[in-house]
Design a protein around this ligand. Structure first.
Ligand code: SAH
Length: 348
């Protein structure tokens, strides 16, 4: 068993374990439901499970999850950012976004990240470690517990590269939609990758109902390599082939994310090149005005530049939206809260 902690275990694994301890099989489902449906925070809250069984289980299978360090809520749109601690002292952040269609939670897949995208705050301190399935799940559970509001959508777009922690991601996706758990359907979930090509092929097979978003951020390899080290590993050509495969296999619309950086990737030529790159694909482009981080001097494109870029794509009949900025008043750039907290702690 790869993940030994109680909240990362599937119902099947839990059943096997409970039987090995000489207990009745139905206890496993009870425990699973306490953890993944009733979303208890501590083992003592599993009321109909004896203390003896709890102790026996916990000896082999500790209960890992997230605990709140601090949160901030936007006065503009109700967006809420959460800073969570993990059992080993690592820190991650998650975001709750309140939309008309429901509450969406943005979760982290790693503590830190090793992909090195130039404009991203999450990567500045490198990768600390992969998250366990339980730690991804519990970001959703904790936000539902803390707010008392039902979470209906999940986006894996927080800190980390989900396909750099593929197996844990995959298990989390299976468990989050499980009948005995929180039951968030795969069609309500989006996973975003910086473009790890083998991950895209595996994902198309393993989780065809989950929406895939690919961070493109450039219309040619030369610019992409300036922004994203992963472009040195996989060419745009390989990436687009994988995207086509995904669309073909799943029959679902794919999202390309494109963060607009002033003077780097936001000219008319690049808009035209981007249109040619995605033409004919069942896809949608999400333009994100880059969120400047203080460690780098990238700047947002001007509003007129964003509009012009969008217009060119529309004229070529490409589906395109500009991402609405959520929680601007609490918003350090994505990943900045975690980094700021680390710096505050280190400075006493
Ligand atoms: N590792 C995944 C998830 C990362 S975050 C990925 O790369 O897709 C989700 C999106 O936010 C990605 O498209 C990422 O490139 C983008 N992003 C990160 N930092 C940003 C910033 N400062 N401004 C705008 N977009 C940013």
């Amino acid at each position: 068993m790869k993940w030994n902690d109680l909240r990362s275990m599937t119902l099947e694994e839990l059943t096997e374990c409970v039987e090995e301890l000489g207990e009745k099989k139905f206890r496993a489902r009870q425990i699973y439901e306490w953890l993944h449906k009733k979303l208890v925070e501590t083992p003592e809250q599993m009321k109909n499970v004896s203390a003896k069984l709890r102790d026996k289980l916990l000896k082999e299978h500790p209960l890992y999850g997230v605990s709140l360090i601090e949160s901030r809520e936007s006065k503009i749109d109700g967006t809420k950012k959460f800073l969570f601690g993990l059992h080993d002292g690592n820190i991650i952040e998650s975001v709750l976004m309140r939309y008309k269609h429901g509450n969406s939670v943005c979760i982290s897949s790693q503590a830190g990240c090793r992909m090195g995208c130039r404009f991203c705050a999450s990567t500045l301190l490198g990768l600390a470690r992969n998250l366990y399935p339980s730690e991804m799940l519990d970001q959703i559970y904790a936000i539902q517990r803390l707010t008392g509001e039902r979470v209906s959508h999940v986006v894996v777009m927080g800190t980390g590269e989900p396909f750099d922690n593929y197996e844990a991601l995959s298990r989390m996706l299976t468990m989050v939609s499980d009948e005995s758990g929180i039951r968030i359907g795969h069609r309500n979930i989006t996973v975003s990758t910086c473009g790890i090509v083998p991950g895209i092929y595996a994902f198309a097979k393993d989780h065809p109902q989950v929406t895939l978003a690919i961070s493109l951020h450039a219309s040619n390899d030369k610019i992409r390599k300036q922004l994203m080290p992963v472009a040195n590993r996989y060419s745009l050509e390989e990436l687009m082939r994988a995207a086509d495969y995904h669309i073909d296999q799943t029959g679902r619309r794919l999202t390309f994310e494109y963060s607009l950086v002033r003077g780097v990737n936001d000219t008319k030529e690049e808009a035209l090149e981007l249109a040619a790159l995605v033409r004919g694909k069942n896809c949608h482009i999400n333009l994100i005005p880059v969120n400047p981080i203080k460690e780098r001097d990238f700047r947002q494109s001007e509003q007129s530049g964003v509009d012009a870029f969008k217009k060119i794509l529309e004229n070529k009949h490409i589906q395109v939206t500009v991402r609405r900025e959520m929680g601007r008043d609490i918003q350090a750039a994505c990943g900045q809260l975690r980094k700021d907290y680390r710096e505050r702690s280190e400075n006493g």
